[in-house]
Design a protein. Structure first.
Length: 119
């Protein structure tokens, strides 16, 4: 299963970006989908995730600003990021758990997309 994150870039404080991450390959079903981030010199942290039935979970510092969503028909997860702050600057990764057509569970990571919030 392959993932590729899109949508990063340079944005001013207070701005917005929308990240997307389509999953492709021999997928039977996708369970949990999530976004993580890693800033320079810091550990990777979970930003938000969403279950197959739409239950969401957010890092406290992004609550009310970020929204995670998924399109099951497209095997894609999104992250709408509003009111961006300089401390949101990081490499953002998508992560997907599910089952392949071989009936084996998988957990896949996409290549990161860089989000830089700066004036």
């Amino acid at each position: 299963v392959q993932l590729q994150a899109y949508g990063g870039g340079l944005v001013q404080p207070g701005g917005f970006l929308r990240l997307s991450c389509p999953a492709s390959g021999s997928i039977l079903r996708i369970d949990r989908m999530g976004w993580y981030r890693q800033a320079p010199g810091k550990k990777r942290e979970l930003v938000a995730d969403i279950t197959s039935i739409g239950v969401t979970n957010y890092l406290d510092s992004v609550k009310g600003r970020f929204t995670i969503s998924r399109d099951n028909a497209k095997n894609t997860v999104y992250l709408q990021m509003n009111s961006l702050r300089p401390e949101d600057t990081a490499l953002y990764y998508c992560n997907v758990d599910g089952m392949g057509t071989d009936f084996r569970f998988f957990g896949s990571w996409g290549q990161g997309t860089l989000v830089t919030v700066s004036s």
